[in-house]
Design a protein around this ligand. Structure first.
Ligand SMILES: Cc1cc2nc3c(=O)[nH]c(=O)nc-3n(C[C@H](O)[C@H](O)[C@H](O)COP(=O)(O)OP(=O)(O)OC[C@H]3O[C@@H](n4cnc5c(N)ncnc54)[C@H](O)[C@@H]3O)c2cc1C
Length: 511
């Protein structure tokens, strides 16, 4: 049995030349077919470097393998096959255990060292999930650098019984002591925020007053920061999740001059571009309140810090919209999902519903039709709103049904989703649909709740702006998907970020 292709082996062999210290792979296996595959992988890796050896072990999950040093158990374990998107996590773990320092900041290193209690984490992944490797790699780094922490990656499809027992219906999901700790895309910083909790508060109180402070680290906010820094202004930017919605996007093909890229690559480039300038970036912390004080704005953060700035740009973007029906909160990540690229494979051969017949709903149906047994699209209106080209493609698929005039009333289940009810808006009759997954794709809500009544919002909660990005409050500007602009796209948000920043500069030189 051969697990790695010849080209993958050659690539890995090159990487493994970089190992500085011997690495021990401790393998826990039995007679099962899954174990044979994991054993084959571990043995193949060992043939690629004379610094790697394999010993047998009895680990909590079988099949699995720990990656250790001769004199030190790192706590890093892979259960199942770390291939697909997780192959990178495997390579990094081998190199880091083999002596290559993880690329993290001094501050992150200090925070990892500050974990003083024993903690064991398990991350459930699928190999096609592009948000999972960040989480796996972050926990592996913490595990490597702190004896108190251990981390096991579990490849869900090889441990179906366990994922069913724990009710895991979305990846990545991180468990601690048998309970869900965190799910969805995470960065090292916000994992550390959660682990360290209340022990660190008001980290940013000592910062000087900014000229321009930007709330939001998506395309709009990053562009505003670049423009502001290039004007020589003292610039700060805060991002709850750096990169924003673009990080949910696998392929981007409509940025002028960039025919094709991925969300992650694009935002990594944007980050590097921004950090070429003198910009203070506060990451994985949120703005929770904004108010005017004498000649400055005061922004309260989720860690209770208070930031002061002469001008403010709000670029907080938007998030997947809820349908606000019973069962939606209860079964989130237990059969209710929003990201087809991430969670689609978990519904292999199952029946799923998609709520929403716009572009995102129909794209999702086309994507899921290759994975699941049957897709039912529930559209509230009397016709689909998606582009004609998508509807034509949909019509060629024989495992997709469309129900129009369907008002979803409730999502049902016990431990996880097992169906939903909807009302036929023409007849008023209620119907039951048996499904194991529900993808809710009904558009986006602006992230403007934290503003309370500070700024004028429209009926959809979007910030009302003029052509110069000015809001209802002098000195506060806004840009991107959180505003009332008709189209929500990357380059539109970027243009708006530039406009808001230049307007804020104009405001500063006049006041
Ligand atoms: C799945 C998907 C695919 C897409 N594909 C494309 C595409 O191919 N091409 C295209 O042009 N557009 C695409 N879009 C749309 C595009 O991503 C958005 O228009 C764009 O990201 C908007 O940028 P933004 O900066 O306004 O907001 P966002 O990208 O939403 O960024 C908002 C930022 O603000 C932060 N934030 C929010 N609240 C707070 C707070 N209180 N404190 C601190 N920070 C906060 C967020 O964490 C984030 O960093 C796609 C969107 C999605 C969801």
């Amino acid at each position: 049995m051969m697990i790695l292709s010849q080209s993958l082996k050659e690539q890995l062999k090159e990487y493994l030349k970089l190992l500085k210290y011997p690495v021990i792979l401790r393998l826990s296996s039995d007679e099962s077919e899954s174990s044979q595959k994991v054993t084959a992988l571990v043995n193949e890796i060992a043939t690629l470097s004379d610094k790697i050896s394999v010993v047998s072990a009895d680990l909590a999950l079988t099949p699995s393998f720990a990656i250790d040093r001769q004199d030190y158990e790192t706590g890093i374990v892979f259960a199942g096959l770390p291939l697909g998107h997780e192959f990178e996590s495997l390579v990094l773990a081998l190199l880091q255990v083999g002596g290559h320092a993880p690329k993290i900041t001094d501050q992150q290193r200090e925070r990892i060292a500050a974990i003083h209690t024993k903690q064991a984490f398990t991350t459930f992944v699928s190999l096609s999930c592009h948000n999972c490797p960040d989480v796996v790699q972050a926990f592996n780094i913490i595990s490597l650098l702190n004896d108190n922490v251990s981390h096991t990656m579990v490849e869900g499809s090889m441990f179906q019984d366990l994922t069913d027992k724990l009710g895991i219906m979305a990846v990545p999901t991180v468990m601690k002591d048998g309970k869900e700790f965190i799910s969805g895309r995470q960065t090292l910083d916000n994992i550390l925020d959660l682990i360290l909790g209340q022990s660190e508060l008001a980290r940013y109180n000592e910062l000087d007053v900014f000229d321009q402070f930007i709330i939001g680290g998506g395309p709009a906010g990053i562009t505003a920061a670049i423009y502001s820094a290039r004007k020589g202004l003292k610039t700060g930017i805060i991002a709850k999740d750096f990169g924003g919605q673009v990080m949910e996007t696998s392929e981007i093909a409509n940025i002028t001059g960039t025919p094709l890229t991925t969300g992650e690559t694009y935002m990594a480039n944007c980050r590097n571009h921004m950090m070429d300038y003198d910009v203070t970036l506060l990451e994985n912390v949120a703005a929770t309140h904004v108010e005017s004080a004498q000649s400055v704005f005061q922004i309260t953060l989720s860690d209770h810090s208070i930031i002061e700035s002469k001008t403010l740009i709000v670029a907080t973007g938007a998030r997947w919209k809820s349908i606000h029906v019973p069962g939606e909160q209860e079964f989130k990540n237990k059969g209710i999902a929003y990201c087809v690229h991430c969670d689609g494979p978990l519904f292999k051969d199952k029946s799923v519903a998609i709520i929403g017949g716009g572009n995102s709903g129909i794209e999702a149906a086309i994507d899921l039709s290759h994975i699941v047994q049957e897709v039912t699209i529930l559209e509230f209106g009397d016709h689909l709103n998606a582009d004609r080209i998508l509807q034509d493609k949909l019509a060629t698929l024989d495992n997709v049904n469309v129900i129009l005039n369907a008002n979803t009333k409730e999502i049902l289940g016990d431990q996880k989703v097992n169906g939903l009810t909807y009302e036929d808006r023409q007849t008023g009759k209620c119907h039951h649909l048996s499904v194991e997954g529900v993808f809710i794709l009904v558009g986006l809500d602006p992230n403007t709740e934290f503003l309370n009544d500070t700024l004028q919002l429209n009926d959809y909660g979007e910030i009302v702006i003029d052509a110069q990005g000015r809001t209802s409050v002098d000195g506060i500007f806004a840009a991107g998907d959180c505003t009332d602009v008709p189209f929500k796209q990357i380059i539109i948000a970027e243009g708006a970020g530039a406009t808001a920043s230049l307007s804020a500069f104009d405001y500063l030189i006049r006041h």
